[in-house]
Design a protein around this ligand. Structure first.
Ligand code: AVJ
Length: 320
């Protein structure tokens, strides 16, 4: 196997991530309780998200995949072959092989904060592309990252699918896009997926599906708090809510207390009244000019933009 690089310790399963603990304790105590969305994606959360991507109501994954299928050859023509593809995320999606197939890069560099996900998906991709040099980088791509020396001389094509950028408020999104430009360097390309503004009912259904998988995904955060932070949260005292915040142009996921409830996390007491919520995720939606402006604000020029017939989702190729 040619998966290069080592991933530092995953940490003991017993000891909770101190950053998770800090975010949860501060988030629950805040005037407007909120916990950063990244904590939704533990193993179970990632499995549930995987199921979300296959739901009939959840259109983004399907549409983005078909856009990548349809336009990957043009991406390869513009962004060049024989380069390094740098994915922001573990590359566990089914979209990555489609892009790699078309671009046929000289190297592939997935960057992810989770060493475990990174190793799993790198190993799976290596099976599929035995000759492709893969250099996984364990790290937080919100900060500039020194790319592996092996790809130093190569042109770069960044890949940031899944509308993950939508998780961030615009100012953080612009910060990230600027950092990506720094990580990839001048002249690099970036292929990024962004979800479009659309009919509110369609959006709500995508985040509050009939089968209740998104609800389970959201509520899993409480299970995780109980398991990892010695919490006593009665999970049945909360319900999943997906709401459209029109001013901020985003779907928000909340956990809403259905009754007055008291619990402790790591020994610290918390009380919620019926109707109080914990804000757990944002998913910003961008109109045509919004997405362009976001990229331009971070120093990226839009080269090509592809959407489906109903303009539900955009796949954008930008250059630094
Ligand atoms: C992984 C952030 C792109 O916002 O659509 C899906 C996460 N949350 N359903 C999204 C999510 C609930 C998803 N992203």
């Amino acid at each position: 196997m040619a998966v290069h690089g080592t991933a530092p310790g995953e940490g003991s399963l017993m000891s909770a991530d101190p950053a998770f603990r800090a975010d949860v304790l501060a988030g629950l105590a805040a005037a407007i309780p909120a916990i950063p969305a990244r904590w939704l994606y533990d193993r179970r959360g990632s499995e549930l998200f995987e199921r979300i991507t296959k739901l009939p109501e959840y259109y983004p994954t399907r549409i983005e995949r078909s856009l990548i299928e349809r336009h990957c050859r043009q991406v390869a023509r513009i962004a060049g072959q024989g380069d390094a593809v740098v994915e922001f995320g573990s590359g566990s999606s089914t979209k990555t092989p489609i892009l790699l197939e078309a671009v046929d890069p000289a190297a592939y560099v997935p960057i992810d904060i989770s060493g475990a996900f990174l190793r799993d998906s790198a190993a799976a991709l290596q099976q599929r592309f035995p000759a492709l040099p893969i250099y996984p980088v364990e790290g937080d791509f919100m900060k500039p990252i020194a790319l592996p020396a092996e790809i130093a001389g190569m042109d770069k094509l960044g890949f940031f699918p899944g509308s993950t950028i939508g998780n961030m408020v615009p100012r953080t999104a612009v910060d990230l896009l600027r950092v990506m430009k720094e990580t990839l360097g001048a002249g690099a390309y970036l292929l990024i997926g962004m979800d479009r503004l659309k009919d509110v009912d369609v959006l709500i259904r995508a985040y509050d599906d009939a089968a209740g998988v998104t609800a389970e995904f959201n509520l899993n955060l409480l299970h995780r708090i109980n398991a990892e932070l010695n919490g006593t949260v009665p999970v049945d005292a909360f319900r999943h809510r997906a709401i459209w915040n029109d001013r901020a142009a985003r779907i928000e996921m909340h956990l809403e207390a259905v009754r007055d409830v008291e619990f402790t996390v790591d020994g610290q007491p918390f009380a919620f009244r019926a109707g109080d919520t914990i804000h757990t995720e944002n998913s910003h939606k961008y109109g045509l000019r919004d997405s362009r402006l976001l990229l331009r604000a971070a120093g990226w020029g839009v080269v090509e933009e592809w959407t489906d017939e109903a303009d539900q989702f955009a796949l954008i190729l930008a250059v630094a």
